[in-house]
Unconditional design. Structure first.
Length: 457
């Protein structure tokens, strides 16, 4: 038998493995991954994850957008998420987890191996002894291990996807806070400008009265003091407004907070809340990991085929025969396998860690659910209070405006002093600030209700 014919089974084994690796039925196009079916529904992310890993489906990082409510939030949020560092990190992690499908689709859980050996006799009665051996093999999937591993990959992909949705909601919260900080600063500028205009108007009237001798110089100084105070407040408010706009533009990549942000969103399914879907997906992943550990009681067994060719030269030792140089040859083909044995020292720690992770993930989900329910209730209560306060602030401002107009008429008739006029003016300013703040608080409360409901278009 020749060396080529002896190693023919080994060469066929290598060729079959290479063909299976190139033409696997589960190969995916670039940028997409197939979510394998998980036998346990919990492994697919549960109800909150819409059982996206329960059947084969395409999962891409660029998921379908939800129908927005309108206004500028959806556009600005897309810009903010596009430059958010944590979102980019999660996108990269999504690709890393999806890459594990290559292992789930492989015919072997690890890398196949190829080895060999060469031996030559250095001493003894075997002259020119030569032994050549080559071997090829691979680890094998345990029964049920491949499906359990594919389920962990599917649940991991869903978990990262839900964490992306949760991060989008967090970015929406940052955007909402920055938006209303900018709008509050703009309202402060508007109130300050009104104060400056009124102060200048009263100051001009005071100056004219002093020049005509109808008022004392102290009244003109009082008017001048109020004008300077109003101008100082305006300068400070304009600076704060510019800072707030810069902070908002930093989140969106340069887009200013102009327009209308959002309206109150209708109630949706609580289980569809991003802050609940993420921990629910984490729980499904932990349960899938526990099932994988149960399906892997030992390390993966290995199987391999080998071929050995050996020969040597020797002399005949039979006295009746002529002394000649004889050559012996031998060719061997065989199979090797290695099966590890299960031990408590290997399995019990892994099972305990998996059970602890499941318990932790379940507790985290229950805590998140309680927090979401409480946040929604608190946000609705705050919105009702803000709307009530805004109505009262409007009424108070109307009263303060009427009171100030009557005071100006009384001052013109000489019934009250300039000091009394400015005291009433301070009441009006306080009412204006309160009304402006109350209007902003209503918008803030609306955004917090939407944030608590998990709305991130």
């Amino acid at each position: 038998m020749t060396i080529r014919s002896a190693f023919l089974p080994l060469l066929l084994f290598i060729g079959l493995y290479a063909t299976a690796s190139r033409a696997g039925p589960d190969e995916q196009p670039s940028g997409e991954v197939t979510v394998k079916a998980a036998k346990d529904p919990a492994a697919s992310g549960g109800k909150g994850a819409k059982a996206r890993a329960g059947k084969s489906s395409k999962v891409t990082v660029n998921r379908a957008k939800k129908t927005p409510l309108g206004h500028v939030l959806v556009r600005h949020l897309d810009m903010a998420v596009a430059i958010d560092a944590q979102s980019k990190a999660l996108e990269a992690q999504f690709g890393a987890v999806s890459a594990r499908y290559a292992t789930a689709n492989s015919i072997t859980p690890g890398s196949p191996y190829f080895g060999g050996s060469q031996r030559n006799a250095a001493a003894g009665n075997l002259r020119h002894y030569n032994e050549t051996e080559i071997e090829a093999g691979m680890p094998l999937w345990l029964p049920g291990q491949r499906d359990a591993y594919a389920a962990t990959v599917s649940s991991g992909v869903v978990e990262v996807e839900e964490r992306l949705s949760q991060r989008r909601l967090e970015v929406a919260g940052l955007l909402r806070d920055a938006w209303w900080n900018a709008k509050r600063a703009e309202r402060d500028v508007s109130v300050a400008r009104t104060r400056v205009a009124t102060a200048r108007e009263i100051g001009a009237d005071m100056t004219r009265r002093v020049e005509l001798g109808d008022a004392a110089e102290a009244d003109a100084l009082l008017a001048r003091n109020e004008t300077l105070a109003a101008e100082t407040e305006l300068a400070q408010a304009e600076g704060a407004a510019k800072v707030a706009r810069v902070n908002y533009a930093a989140l969106t990549g340069g887009t200013p907070p102009d327009g209308t942000l959002e309206a109150v969103r209708r109630d949706g399914d609580l289980e569809d809340h991003p802050a609940l879907r993420a921990p629910l997906a984490a729980l499904a992943r932990a349960e899938s990991q526990a099932r994988l550990i149960d399906a892997t009681p030992i390390d993966n067994p290995e199987i391999g085929v080998f071929g050995r060719q050996e020969h040597n030269d020797q002399y005949s030792t039979d006295p009746s025969q002529e002394v000649t140089n004889q050559r012996t040859d031998a060719t061997t083909v065989g199979v090797r396998f290695r099966i590890p044995l299960p031990t408590p020292g290997r399995n019990e720690p892994r099972q305990a860690e998996a059970a602890a992770e499941v318990t932790r993930a379940r507790a985290e989900y229950e805590r998140a659910k309680r927090m979401v329910v409480a946040e929604i209730k608190a946000a609705r209560t705050a919105l009702a209070a803000a709307q009530k306060a805004a109505g009262l602030a409007d009424k108070r401002l109307a009263v303060a405006n009427e009171q100030f107009e009557l005071s100006r008429k009384s001052f013109a008739l000489g019934e009250i002093s300039a000091f009394d006029l400015y005291r009433v003016r301070q009441i009006q300013l306080e009412a204006q600030r309160m009304q402006a703040g109350a209007a902003i608080n209503v918008g803030v409360a609306v955004s917090r209700v939407n944030q608590a409901l998990g709305y991130a278009p």
